[in-house]
Each structure stands twice: as structure tokens, then as C-alpha cells.
Design a protein around this ligand. Structure first.
Ligand SMILES: [Zn+2]
Length: 400
């Protein structure tokens, strides 16, 4: 009898989606979220939710018994092809469910990962049926997270930075506020007599998690207590802004900040508070007689690549980046260092901003979406070590 009632209640929902909770926003919690974010899709004893930081699924509909259709919907246009998703499945009684995921106006990019605790992840088997990505999940009373990439939310950055400040001589302070008033943190390693700075940016684009997975070990290698790191920190200060877009991360955005602006196209117009405050902070350093020497901005794309400024662009130490990345290439016979020099005036990317404003090299450090996670760490450790060697081997004020 119970089962019959259960089937009946599902059927009534399937035939009448309007009366089903799946397409409705919770009025009391929606202020934190944008209009196209659905919080839950539940029927019978199964519940699919996005009520956690970075959670997002777009539309969710029950289309048959224990079968759901989720449509991923971008936060704005132009659509960037990074269809993020992150949701949680739970059921009072063990239930096999099928989820068909579609992308509105685009194609899938991220193979699904699953996690029981939101911390350790593994790849989830899936099938493509045309444009639909199909997964089968055993829902139980222990939630299963399903996401496009590992979830690295705002709290993760805070925990990581607090851990760093316990281990190393760094400060962890607030640089400014995001559009929605979330703190934008900076981590600094500095010594009184140093006046040369390395600047590290991260997570302008929320789904670009492999960039974050590179930034963490890269930074830890720089800050570590090896002889090389000590020597490096004796000469160079380091400014790390690991999470520039906390609103976009909270919302599970595909690309933009809370105003639907691509922050990595805003380093010329400075129309957003996130870029404005960071620009002002760097300006203030320079006004105090400090010198920005080099900058790295961590991102992800479909393959591993380092976007650089051309040697003839007119920045100081024109061959510095080539020397550094060649030494990384020599150190890693199994990793092909791909450099793509490019000059893109007027498009507002950070590397161009560093070149134009401070007359220095900067790179966009891109890790592939599907690059092996251990390899990302290995590349980052070696890239940090070779960078320190390259910067230290230069004469004062003139890295070559
Ligand atoms: Zn990016």
C-alpha cells in the first residue's frame, strides 16, 4: 500500500510539473541566489538539492519514475562554455535514480564527479545520449554530491589560508569586498627590506577548479621552508589573492561575478568593485616605492597552456618567461610545456593589465579540465621552484 501511494504521488508530479516543488524557488532563501537557480527537486523519498555553497542545477524535472531531467542554465550572456553543476542527492530509502543532464544553449564540458563528503571526489561513470549526459545514482540517506569538478568553495579558501598562516610567516587579511559584500582575502609574505613583488591571482572564473588545484601547491612551494624558498622570500614579497570572485563561486556561476560581468575582461574598464579594489591596492604598493615584478593568474581550459606576453611587447626582461618555462620543460620530460604568446589590447585580461600598467611580464597559467590531479601538483611544485630559481638568478631589479 505504501508503495502504491508512493508511485501515485510521483505520477501526479510527473503529469503536473507546475504543482511539483521542483520548479519553484524558496522565497525565503532566494536573495542569496539568482533567479534561475533551483533549490530542490523532490518526490517520494528522493531529494535533489543545491542548497549549499556553489550548488547549482538550473531546472529540475521529474520525467518518469525515479528519472529526472536537469537543465543547466547559464547566469547570463554571452554564454561561456563552462556549464557548471553541483547538486546533492539523498533518499530516505535506498533508491536507484537516473539523471539526464542537458545544457541550455551549449554542450557539456565537465565529466561528473561524485563525493560522499564534498571533500574527496571520484569520477562517476556516465553515458552521453546525444547531448544529454546520463548518470545512474544510488540515492541513500547519506547524501551524494555530484558536480562538474571538485567543489572548492569560499570556505575552502579561508581554511586553506588559515592553515598556511599557522605553518608559514604570512598574513591573511581582507583586501576588499565583492559586489555582494563577501570578503576578498589576500595572503602576503613580506619582509621589511624587500621591495620586489610577485603577484598571484586565482579563481576569477568559478568553474576553473583545476587552476585552483594548481594555485594551492604552487603557493605552498613558494612559502615553504626549503633553502630555495627562504632565499626567495628574503628577496621577494609575495601577494596572493586566491579567490577574486567569491560571489560567482557561491552562486555556482559559469563565468561571471554577481553583476554578470566577466572579471577577467574588466582589467581595463574597472567597472566592478573586485577589479577596482585590487587595482587600487597594487597602485598603492607602487606609490609606496614597491615594484611589481611578475604576476601569475591561475585558470583552467581544455588543455594545459601558459598564455604569455610576446617577447617584443616592450615589457622589462623580455626573455624572462621563456627562460623560466624552458627550464620547467627541461625538468619535466613527460610534460609538454606549451607557451602561447599573445597580445590582446583592450580586452581587459589581467596579464595585459600587468604588462600595460606595470611594464612587466605576466602569464595566464591554465590547467586542463581533465589533467590528472597529481600531475597538476607535480607541475605546480616544479613551476614554483623553477620560477624562484629564475627570479633569483636575475640581478637586482632586472630579472632576465
Ligand atoms: Zn579563466
Amino acid at each position: 500500500m505504501k508503495n502504491l501511494l508512493f508511485i501515485f504521488s510521483i505520477a501526479s508530479c510527473a503529469f503536473s510539473v507546475i504543482s511539483c516543488k521542483s520548479n519553484q524557488l524558496d522565497a525565503d532563501t532566494k536573495s542569496e541566489y539568482i533567479a534561475n537557480t533551483v533549490h530542490s527537486c523532490e518526490q517520494g523519498n528522493v531529494r535533489i538539492t543545491t542548497d549549499f555553497p556553489s550548488g547549482r542545477m538550473g531546472e529540475c524535472k521529474l520525467i518518469a519514475l525515479n528519472e529526472y531531467e536537469i537543465t543547466l542554465i547559464p547566469e547570463g550572456t554571452p554564454i561561456n562554455s563552462s556549464p557548471w553543476y553541483a547538486f546533492k542527492v539523498a533518499a530516505e530509502e535506498r533508491t536507484s535514480i537516473k539523471i539526464n543532464m542537458l545544457v541550455q544553449g551549449d554542450k557539456h564540458r565537465y565529466p561528473p564527479k561524485v563525493s560522499a563528503n564534498g571533500k574527496t571526489w571520484k569520477l562517476q561513470p556516465y553515458k552521453m545520449a546525444g547531448e544529454e549526459l546520463v548518470v545512474h545514482i544510488e540515492a541513500s540517506n547519506e547524501s551524494t554530491y555530484i558536480a562538474g569538478q571538485e567543489i572548492i568553495d569560499n570556505q575552502y579558501y579561508i581554511d586553506w589560508a588559515q592553515d598556511l598562516s599557522k605553518k608559514y610567516d604570512v598574513t591573511h587579511t581582507i583586501l576588499g569586498q565583492s559586489t555582494q559584500g563577501k570578503p576578498i582575502y589576500k595572503i602576503e609574505s613580506k619582509q621589511q627590506d624587500n621591495n620586489e613583488w610577485l603577484v598571484i591571482f586565482g579563481r576569477q572564473h568559478p568553474p576553473e577548479v583545476t587552476g585552483a588545484l594548481a594555485l594551492f601547491p604552487f603557493t605552498e612551494t613558494l612559502l615553504s621552508t626549503t633553502e630555495l624558498s627562504k632565499k626567495y622570500k628574503d628577496r621577494f614579497n609575495i601577494l596572493i589573492i586566491p579567490n577574486i570572485n567569491p560571489d560567482g563561486i557561491e552562486l555556482g556561476n559559469w563565468r561571471f561575478n554577481a553583476n554578470n560581468i566577466d572579471l577577467n575582461r574588466d582589467w581595463q574598464n574597472f567597472s566592478q568593485v573586485e577589479t577596482q579594489q585590487i587595482d587600487q591596492y597594487l597602485e598603492q604598493l607602487v606609490d609606496q616605492g614597491q615594484k611589481i615584478k611578475f604576476a601569475i593568474d591561475f585558470h583552467s581550459t581544455r588543455h594545459d597552456v601558459f598564455y604569455t606576453m610576446p617577447v617584443d611587447y616592450g615589457v622589462e626582461a623580455p626573455y624572462f618567461v621563456i627562460h623560466w618555462l624552458k627550464s620547467l620543460d627541461e625538468l619535466m620530460p613527460n610534460f609538454d610545456v606549451v607557451m602561447e604568446p599573445g597580445n590582446t589590447p583592450n580586452n581587459g585580461v589581467s596579464k595585459q593589465y600587468f604588462a600595460d600598467k606595470f611594464g612587466i611580464h605576466a602569464i595566464t597559467y591554465e590547467m586542463g579540465d581533465n589533467t590528472d590531479r597529481y600531475k597538476i601538483i607535480d607541475i605546480a611544485n616544479k613551476a614554483a621552484n623553477t620560477l624562484m630559481e629564475s627570479m633569483l638568478s636575475s640581478t637586482n631589479h632586472n630579472i632576465e
